[in-house]
Design a protein around this ligand. Structure first.
Ligand code: SAH
Ligand code: MG
Length: 227
């Protein structure tokens, strides 16, 4: 990495810290969710603080009461969204790794959201058909943030479980700009690019993509609304 790039990344991280102080502040329950992720040696893959609040505000804008999340990790983004749905709302979140699901459940309980959040353990592609069968759809908002190889499948499922107006958010859609590299062999880059192309080709959706920079570097969100 060039020293200029390293300086830019440091400056971005500093600004992100400043924004977190201004717009999120100290939040004991969110901080302990992040601490548990760290203590258990999980990858630090949670959304940033300002991105978490962005999801929270999106859920409020959408007046969301019924949210589906694919990819829980330690429940950090889950807590942000669950705080937006109100006492009668619900968040179903899908997580493949039992240890992640267990830690997420404890952080969600600590945040006082155990009655609102339903953490389900398993491969999302196995759990999604059950969610359809049990009649939990339509969701008001779907947040896709799991194994990027399945992004395109998850987008199809999100539409399947939607109604007109449902908001679909796909995280990590830029992956440090690797999406321009058609020959990439990185599964995350391939998954991000495939999602960009699938969203663009899907005429059931109105979509835009925002590139983001934060303490974790350069990435982006796709935001789609079902027509
Ligand atoms: N949304 C979280 C971060 C999720 S990280 C946040 O921002 O706070 C991605 C998670 O997806 C990891 O915990 C990983 O174990 C999970 N995952 C990977 N493959 C999956 C699959 N096939 N089904 C469900 N979850 C999966
Ligand atoms: Mg992510």
């Amino acid at each position: 990495m060039s020293s200029e790039l390293a300086e830019v990344l440091t400056a971005i991280a500093n600004v992100d810290g400043f924004l977190k102080d201004l717009y999120v502040g100290d939040d004991e329950d969110l901080q302990s969710a992040l601490d548990r992720i760290d203590e258990n040696g999980f990858l630090p893959a949670s959304v940033s603080a300002t991105q978490g609040k962005f999801l929270h505000l999106l859920a409020k804008l959408a007046n969301a009461r019924n949210i589906l999340e694919i990819g829980t990790l330690g429940g950090y983004s889950t807590i942000w969204m669950a705080r937006a749905v109100g006492p009668n709302g619900r968040v179903i979140t899908l997580e493949y790794e039992p240890k992640h699901a267990e830690i997420a459940e404890s952080s969600i309980a600590q945040a006082g959201l155990a009655d609102i959040v339903d953490v389900r353990t398993g491969a999302a592609m196995d759990l999604l058909p059950q969610i359809k069968e049990e009649g939990s759809a339509p969701f008001d908002l779907v947040f896709i943030d799991a194994d990027k190889e399945n992004n395109v499948n998850y987008i199809s499922w999100a539409v399947e479980l939607s109604r007109p107006g449902t908001v679909i958010v796909v995280d990590n859609i830029i992956w440090n700009g690797t999406v321009l590299d058609e020959g990439s062999t990185d599964a995350n880059a391939i998954g991000a690019r495939a999602a960009l192309l699938a969203l663009s080709a899907d005429d059931r959706l109105e979509t835009t993509v925002l590139q983001t920079v934060c303490n974790k570097g350069w990435d982006g969100f796709a935001l789609a609304v079902v027509k």
